[in-house]
Design a protein around this ligand. Sequence first.
Ligand code: FAD
Ligand code: SIN
Length: 546
Amino acid sequence: MYVHQVTVKKSYQHDVLIIGSGAAGMTAALQLPAHLRIALLSKVEIQSGSTWYAQGGVAAVFDDSDSIENHVADTLAAGAGLCHPDVVESTISRGPAAMRWLIEQGVEFSRTDSGDYHLTKEGGHSRRRILHTADATGQAISGTLAKRVAERQNVSVFEHHVVVDLTTQADAGSRSLRCNGAYALDTQRDRVSLFQARIVVLATGGASKAYLYTSNPDGATGDGIAVAWRRGCRIANMEFNQFHPTCLFHPRAKSFLVSEALRGEGGHLLLPDGSRFMHDFHRDGELAPRDIVARAIDHEMKRLGSDCVYLDISHKPKNFIESHFPTVHSHCLEFGIDITREPIPVVPAAHYTCGGIVTDLNGKTDLKNLYAVGECAFTGLHGANRMASNSLLECLVFAGAAATHIAQNIDQVPVPSFTKAWDASRVTYSDEDVVISHNWDELRRFMWDYVGIVRTRKRLERAEHRIRLLQNEIQEYYANYKVSSDLLELRNLAMASELIIRSALLRKESRGLHYTLDHMEQLPVVKDTILVPMNFAGQDIIVSKK
Ligand code: FAD
Ligand code: SIN
């Protein structure tokens, strides 16, 4: 690993450093005790990450006709045999309390005319169980939690700080290392600062930006996964990158999702000739699990040579559409599509990283004093295919569990000792930024073409060859030039992509989101793909059993 040698411009000391201010990071910050001094970092504004963009809602048992057992059974079925049942049960049973906490923070979920919470439906759910704020649930959660964070005296928010790498020190009394902070690039002042902390929590979101077409915002570059891997943490199940079936297809529309809730409320998927097709692929039609719907659309588009398929909800009353889907309605209107009168052109796009940093039920990783929560973590909840609206649930439940565990144990964690400061004295400003933009484009293009919805061994090997070349070029560039946020993100995205490709090559079956023409069947023995780094940190965490 190339490491810049050291001069520090600025350093900070906190009890807990939380990297990421999405649902997971802000929940952790708010559930930690008020006497702890917390730094909360975001690489852009505090309301950022995929959380802000979430549309459909949060799944939890909130109705007497539903039960924990039903939600568990649906999650296990969507996960195609790879979910960890103990994690599914514990997460889902803690769901209702997590939702009540959100409501106490002030999140206003949509209600019916009689005043009850309106529960919507999405793929894989056998019941209506998704709490939502119309189709802008993420904005409601992110906005509310950001307000609560602003009220907390003990939480210092550092926006526009991109974490470069974690720092470690020898752990007294053992031969292992412990995490004691991170270097972060302050992108507004163009300097690297050192954040020291007794405990570090990664809440950096997913890596779907690895693909050319994605529903995710720009920052979804797998930073947490890459920094944890570089510091010796295991990474699991990265081959399971979820493709959302319905993103708006329009030459000027960047990354806009058309919520699965449109199908939950009766929307139909149509071929260009206006015929429905999903019942040819699954008995639940449009509400089959996401991997099946995305693959069916991909199949039909390739078969017909079509650029997109269509999602039609125009048979529903106009006022119903406008009140349930105001965001989708107004956004589509900007592109001249009136969803109350006509179908929406849609295509699948990379959406969610089911794999990530291996953690236990408290969010603890392999590296001592390092936790990981939210989309960057692998907990065992999602298996081979995450069920809709279970992600925000996971963020809330695991951030809460990590906060409780940290509160119970932080007294035993010493304050960090000296860490070498950042040294940029041997690197120069690059006059060749085209290398970064070229590699970004190349990476995302070959990931889309070779590591997409339908895979083959040959395509994966091509991708493996290219990622090696790219990794060498990026490492050389990183070692010689001053860091910028584009370079840091590219470095991390290349790392995350390498982990996706390696994991995909290791799985010799088709299961859930990993579908390969070379191994169409499922193997009888169900196993996670766990990648172990050369410098494995090896903390003795008890990971749930598959
Ligand atoms: P994020 O919300 O992605 O936040 C990541 C944070 O980390 C950001 O603050 C970012 O700035 C920061 N960060 C990243 N790298 C660094 C770094 N190097 N240094 C400093 N900070 C860093 N799930 C559902 O359950 N229901 C839904 O309805 C739903 N709808 C979705 C719609 C869209 C369009 C998308 C993209 C996703 C949706 N998902 C949904 C998935 C869900 O929104 C995400 O999985 C979830 O919000 C992830 O939350 P998080 O806190 O883990 O990360
Ligand atoms: C959506 O609204 O379709 C996204 C839901 C999710 O990803 O869970």
